[in-house]
Each structure stands twice: as structure tokens, then as C-alpha cells.
Design a protein around this ligand. Structure first.
Ligand SMILES: C[S@@+](CC[C@H](N)C(=O)[O-])C[C@H]1O[C@@H](n2cnc3c(N)ncnc32)[C@H](O)[C@@H]1O
Length: 256
């Protein structure tokens, strides 16, 4: 028997890890305004919504407010989702038999990129949308670091991306392929948008990136040495830094 492959949340990025809530909080602070802008035209009162891989629940809370209906949240670990009025489901969505029900709007942000079974999961998520309803999916495009003027940041980010792919099967460039997967599932009114937030030294996107690097620091140091990793982290903490980090690509479509 081969050992089970490591998955998102087993060790790396587990909600049990100190610092993980801060890392996800920084991510939400940067990308929530963009997500809300994309969801606003679709999220009307009375819609039943589901946020898959809900993390800290910031998008689900916004959906619940916009639609004035209880939102369903699904996550491997729901410790940050309690007491907010959500219908909480703790589940591994890669389980083929798992279904949370049927919804008017299903949303997933920065989730598929971390799943090896992303194609099957997207096809299954599409079936959780009622005919006429919307599926909205956002994932990363690792746009900024590769062209950064700071070599230490460039190199550390490139190795971090390779490590994420080799460890949990994450694809930090999945968003670059959007919106083709939704069109391929027969969805109509398919659209997409690319949001590229600026990275300010010490700001939330820089803190998210530093938190991600620190989560796999021993492996980064093994490849690059302490000096390069420390230089990249110092660059990200320096208030004079003005650069780019990950971009977010959001695709949406309507189930026929
Ligand atoms: C990068 S975080 C994104 C959180 C949130 N969607 C956001 O954008 O702020 C990925 C989330 O997906 C959850 N997740 C990862 N794999 C999962 C799986 N197989 N089943 C359910 N949830 C999963 C994680 O626990 C985590 O909360």
C-alpha cells in the first residue's frame, strides 16, 4: 500500500497551526472587496447560497447579509465558523458521495487550487447549483513575484510554489486557466475578471505571503539558505516596498 499523499490542512495550512487564522485573515482583508464586487450583481435577496471551503467565513457572512437568507458553509475544519448563524457542514468535499444540497449560488475562493481532484470537484460543485443558479469560483494566478525587481522575493516565491505543488498538489497558477472550465461544463453567461491588488510592505498581502513562507520555512531554507529567505521576508516587511503578489481570477456562470 502506498502512503496517503499529504493534503491541504493535514499539516501545512492546518487550522490548528498558530498563525493560520492570521494568514487567512490577511487573505480575506485583501480579496474580500474584490469578491464582494463580483458577487454583488448576482447576490439578490432570497437566494440560497453555499460557500465551499469557507475559511473564516467572511464571504459567507457577506452573502447572508446580501441575500437575507441563512448561508451554508462547508469546510474541512469549521472552528472559525461557529456562532454566526451559518448552516455549518464539516466535510471533505473531495469525498465523491458528499453533497451539501441544491443552491441558487455556490461560491468557492482559493479552494480548487489546493485540491488534486479539482476537475472532479468542480464538476460536482456544478451539480449543487439549481438550474438558473450561479457558480462563482476564484483562484490564484501567481502573477507578481516572477517579475519582481527583488531577486530574493522572486526566488523564494518560485520555490514556495514548487513546494506547494509537490507537497499538497496545490496549483498557484490555476486561475490562469479560467474561465474555460465553466464553459466546458455547459454553463451559460460565463464571465471572468482578474484582480491584481498592490502589495505594500507590511500590508495584508505581504503578511499573507510571509505567513505562507513561514509555514514551509524549513523546506525553503533547505533549498535557498537562510539569507535569501530572510531577505525576502525583510523586503515584504519593509514599508518602502511597493510590489505585486498573487492575483485573483474569478469565473462565474449560470447553470442551464
Ligand atoms: C486558502 S483557504 C481559503 C478560505 C476562504 N475561501 C477565503 O478565500 O478566505 C482554503 C479553505 O478550504 C478548506 N479546504 C481545503 N481542502 C478542503 C476539502 N477537501 N474539503 C473542504 N474544505 C477544504 C480549508 O480548510 C480552508 O478553510
Amino acid at each position: 500500500m502506498t502512503p496517503r499523499e499529504e493534503r491541504y490542512g493535514d499539516r501545512l495550512y492546518s487550522h490548528r497551526n498558530p498563525g493560520e487564522a492570521d494568514r487567512l485573515g490577511a487573505l480575506a482583508r485583501v480579496f474580500d472587496p474584490y469578491s464582494f464586487e463580483r458577487l454583488r450583481p448576482l447576490a439578490t435577496p432570497g437566494l440560497r447560497t453555499c460557500d465551499v471551503g469557507a475559511g473564516l467565513g467572511t464571504v459567507a457572512a457577506w452573502l447572508m447579509d446580501a441575500c437575507r437568507e441563512q448561508a451554508t458553509v462547508v469546510d474541512l475544519d469549521v472552528r472559525h465558523l461557529g456562532g454566526r448563524g451559518f448552516h455549518e457542514i464539516q466535510a471533505d468535499i473531495t469525498e465523491p458521495a458528499f453533497t451539501p444540497g441544491l443552491f441558487d449560488l455556490v461560491h468557492a475562493r482559493f479552494l480548487l487550487m489546493h485540491l488534486r481532484e479539482r476537475e472532479n470537484v468542480l464538476a460536482r460543485m456544478a451539480r449543487w447549483v439549481r438550474p438558473g443558479g450561479w457558480l462563482v469560483v476564484s483562484d490564484a494566478w501567481d502573477l507578481g513575484p516572477a517579475s519582481s525587481p527583488c531577486a530574493a522575493y522572486r526566488e523564494t516565491a518560485a520555490v514556495a510554489s514548487e513546494l506547494a505543488s509537490g507537497t499538497t498538489g496545490s496549483d498557484l497558477n490555476l486561475g490562469r486557466s479560467y474561465p474555460r472550465p465553466l464553459a466546458g461544463l455547459g454553463f451559460t453567461e460565463v464571465g471572468f475578471a482578474v484582480d491584481v491588488p498592490p502589495l505594500h510592505g507590511g500590508g495584508p498581502l505581504a503578511r499573507f505571503w510571509s505567513g505562507t513562507a513561514n509555514a514551509s520555512r524549513p523546506a525553503l531554507v533547505e533549498r535557498l539558505g537562510d539569507a535569501t529567505v530572510d531577505e525576502a521576508l525583510a523586503y515584504l516587511a519593509d514599508p518602502a516596498t511597493q510590489d505585486l503578489g498573487i492575483a485573483m481570477v474569478t469565473m462565474w456562470g449560470r447553470r442551464p
